[in-house]
Design a protein around this ligand. Sequence first.
Ligand SMILES: [Zn+2]
Length: 271
Amino acid sequence: MNKVILVLSDALRYDTAVNQMGYLGHLVETNQASLYKVTGELPSMSRPMYETVHTGLPSSAHGITSNYVVRLSNQPNIFQIARQAGKVTAAAAYNWFSELYNRAPYDRVEDREVDDPALTIQHGRFYSEDDFPDVELFAAAAMLVRRFSPDYLLVHPMGMDYVGEKFSSDSPQYRKQAILQDILLANLVPEWLGRGYTILVTGDHGIDADGAHGGTTPEVREVPLFAVKPGRPGEGDTGETISMLQIAPTVLHLLGLPIPGTMKQPWVTVS
Ligand SMILES: [Zn+2]
């Protein structure tokens, strides 16, 4: 099977995920999932970290050093390696992912909905407004699973980032958005496990009480990694801290694909 769904929740802080996401917490405390703390790379900005999560490289190495570097990735990455191996790739994600892996700059009409086996992200449903509702985003992801059975699916909701920047991370709105995403996952994870997917839930960076990110504090660096495998027990809260550079090789290992020499960090053995 070797199928993977990566839920990359934009601006999901580690502490907020642990405190507010009770369904995932249930899977952890009953040893159906494993929980790690991830130390994010720098700068704690979105587009650089999207590329870091998918290449296993720090920003100075992959060259996407700010949100304003608008070009295709030029490094080995999960989508490219999976597609070249004949796997089916898909994403329900912000349009910057289309720019990193399909085409730059993004064309809001031409690129927002694509189904083309020649593309690096073969089945894409992209949005370009930061307040795009998480409910709709998760529904698009669920549709992609049922319609195309992708081997690798990226699910990228923007709700935590939008609400966190508007109201601060220390706000009822931010905490309630984490609860909403947890409810959406509770409705989908059982189906996805039943279809044989390993599900990873993580973030690209955190966010602080100013509603900002980009710096080096734990609030903007630390994100969770929840791992749930079909038909296999987890390890609960492992107490381990891993590097964001380990996400890409971990996904490739789960997909049963070779890990390129550019990804120098070890994969995480999610049991
Ligand atoms: Zn972000």
